[in-house]
Design a protein around this ligand. Structure first.
Ligand code: GLP
Length: 242
């Protein structure tokens, strides 16, 4: 695990964008894994800026999202599909038909999850997976106690995660869906390269566990210690307990 402590969250995002830019230059048809949440927004802004400067093109790239709420239509402003379009894919030249996410409106959830795993395999797997981290150490929506070998499946969101995410639903906890579809930890670990970005003191304990703690389902991100190519980029506050 390579751990980089940047001077600021913006510097961490810029370093992450450098890494992604190198991956895109090496393989224009790169397959990116996209996270929602606030952590990666700086990376997405930086990539969009570099695209408008002509430094990068995602025209040949494709992307797979990590997770999606169950029951929100894709055009709901808080559906992760809408969020990723707003924060990233609409600002770059990636083909919208090549941006994939789990189908949170499917009647047959198990089939939707199996289809998603198959789609990732058919694309040749994920080259660079961007990750944020929850305050409880969750990655994607793999909450504490998730199997470290888990695959894409339906999960119940913890009350804490629903409280954390209610800020995106005008503070209305009842409006936050109770379930989600998420890539499993086993799915995430198959990405060739993983880039985790975190900022702020609320993430400091989760980062300490991820980097220095024992591998345990208690802190799902500790599974990243098992992967050979993980880069963790932090601001000083997120790194403060290392
Ligand atoms: C959400 C997402 C995760 C994200 C995490 C942290 O629950 N499912 O993918 O990493 O929360 O979010 P933020 O980056 O906003 O702190």
């Amino acid at each position: 695990m390579d751990v980089g402590i940047a001077e600021s969250a913006a510097d961490a995002a810029s370093t992450a964008a450098d890494l992604i830019q190198r991956a895109v230059r090496a393989k224009p048809e790169v397959v990116l894994g996209l996270a929602t949440g606030s952590s990666p927004v700086g990376i997405y802004d930086e990539l969009a800026r570099r695209l408008s400067d002509g430094g990068i093109s995602l025209a040949a790239a494709s992307a797979f999202m990590l997770d999606e709420y169950v029951g929100l239509p894709p055009d709901h402003p808080q559906a992760y599909r809408s969020v990723i379009e707003d924060k990233f894919t609409r600002k770059v030249d990636i083909d919208p038909a090549h941006v994939h996410g789990p189908d949170g409106t499917a009647d047959d959830v198990e089939a939707a999850c199996a289809d998603y795993e198959q789609a990732i395999r058919a694309a040749g797997g994920i080259d660079v997976q961007i990750l944020g981290i929850g305050t409880d150490g969750h990655i994607a929506f793999n909450e504490p106690s998730s199997s470290l070998a888990s695959r894409t499946r339906i999960k119940t969101l913890t009350r804490q995660t629903r409280i954390d995410n209610s800020r995106f639903f005008d503070g209305d906890l009842d409006a936050v869906p109770s379930h989600c579809l998420t890539q499993g930890i086993g799915t995430i670990l198959e990405a060739r390269q993983i880039l985790l970005i975190a900022a702020g003191s609320a993430k400091a304990e989760a980062i300490r566990q991820t980097v220095e703690g024992p591998v345990s389902a208690r802190w799902p991100a500790t599974a990243l210690q098992l992967h050979p190519a993980v880069t963790v980029l932090l601001d000083p506050a997120a790194a403060s307990r290392l």
